[in-house]
Ligand binder design. Structure first.
Ligand SMILES: [Zn+2]
Length: 356
């Protein structure tokens, strides 16, 4: 630590250093501490998985997010908003008997993590609907996972989405896909092993491409029949085995709107837990010039598709509401969805497309 701190200019502060330099040094000290605790946390998590054991001292310090019949328990925060009502081992030790435990890792990956220390890990459990909640748990409430994603902070959403995905995976993988015999989970819920053929199965998720197609100063938004009234979004579809991200993007755009894209640029990703775990890979794709008028809709998949200018997109984003009398008839997914960020980033950053 000390040589690293010196190399980063984190030695003892000289009196002549300006206040500005002192502030920079404090920020870098915080960064070094964060990086060190992050590596400790990641290695602890890996050791819990490898050793198939959670020592008692780790269990006593751990915190637990609860689901009730796959609905996360959430609590109102003082001053507004909602959060995970984390429980300690002693609060829920009776509940834990016989329930699947899953180890959460997303909270280790958050920068400026001041919530938990390197040896404090997080778990999630699902309480089946035939178990009665104790009085204390009734002060919080179970809500639909989709709703929780709209009302929680990003950090809490990340933890809940991971817990939900892992708990759901365990609930439908009690039999071996190879021979049909019963499987058993490891202690932290990171894999399941078959009792007969010993095949080990790991939680799976499906890659999904979500693409905002652009044509110079316009973007293409689409509407699926199942979307809420007035909502338009970016094109999305599952990747198929054998495809690259680029191949999937080209195929999806061609299938759904009959356009050929030429430049594809990855932008960002999001885990999506519905109906099963998926990794949404957000991209921009530009179409060949002068072909925008050739949209041919796959009517089995889509109800509508529209080209919108940046100004139109900005106006819709700023109206910030669903369709109401006097408001725009179009709205976009909320900020909990990657489509929102693809659209917003393109609208407010003229360099945000695949051609740049
Ligand atoms: Zn088997």
């Amino acid at each position: 630590m000390i040589p690293l701190m010196k190399s980063l200019g984190l030695g003892l502060c000289h009196r002549r250093q300006s206040v500005f330099k002192v502030r920079i040094n404090k920020q870098m000290c915080t960064l070094v501490q964060y990086q060190s605790s992050y590596i400790q946390k990641i290695r602890l998590i890996q050791s819990l998985k490898d050793n198939n054991n959670v020592p008692n001292e780790i269990l006593q310090k751990a915190r637990f997010a609860l689901f009730f019949n796959f609905k996360p328990l959430v609590a109102e925060k003082q001053g507004g908003g909602y959060c995970i009502p984390w429980k300690r081992f002693n609060d829920i030790s009776k509940l834990l008997r016989g329930l699947q435990l899953v180890l959460l890792t997303t909270d280790s990956c958050t920068a400026n993590n001041t919530v938990n220390t390197p040896d404090e890990v997080s778990f999630a459990i699902n309480i089946p609907s035939d178990k009665t909640l104790e009085n204390e748990e009734l002060t919080v409430f179970a809500t639909e996972m989709r709703k929780a994603m709209f009302i929680m902070s990003q950090r809490d959403t990340d933890a809940l989405v991971q817990g939900y995905g892992l708990l759901k995976w365990h609930s439908v993988n009690s039999c071996c896909p190879n021979c049909g015999t019963k499987t058993n989970s490891d202690v932290v819920g990171s894999k399941r092993k078959c009792e007969a053929c010993t095949q080990v199965n790991y939680p799976k998720m499906a890659p999904i491409v979500i693409t905002l197609v652009t044509d110079e100063d316009r973007c293409l938004v689409i509407r699926q029949p199942t979307f809420p009234r007035g909502m338009f979004s970016a094109l999305a579809g599952f990747c198929e085995i054998g495809e690259t991200l680029e191949m999937s993007t080209r195929r999806e755009v061609a299938e759904e709107v009959g356009l050929i894209v030429q430049h594809i640029q990855y932008h960002q990703s999001q885990h999506w837990p519905f109906p099963n775990s998926g990794l949404m890979l957000g991209c921009y794709a530009t179409i060949k010039p002068d072909t925008a008028h050739k949209i041919s809709l796959d009517e089995n998949e889509l109800e509508d598709a529209k080209w919108l200018s940046r100004d139109e997109v900005k106006y819709i984003l700023q109206s910030n509401t669903r369709s109401e009398p006097g408001k725009p008839s179009i709205w976009f997914p909320p900020s909990s969805a990657i489509a929102h960020h693809l659209i917003k980033n393109w609208a407010f950053d003229s360099k945000a497309d695949a051609s740049s």
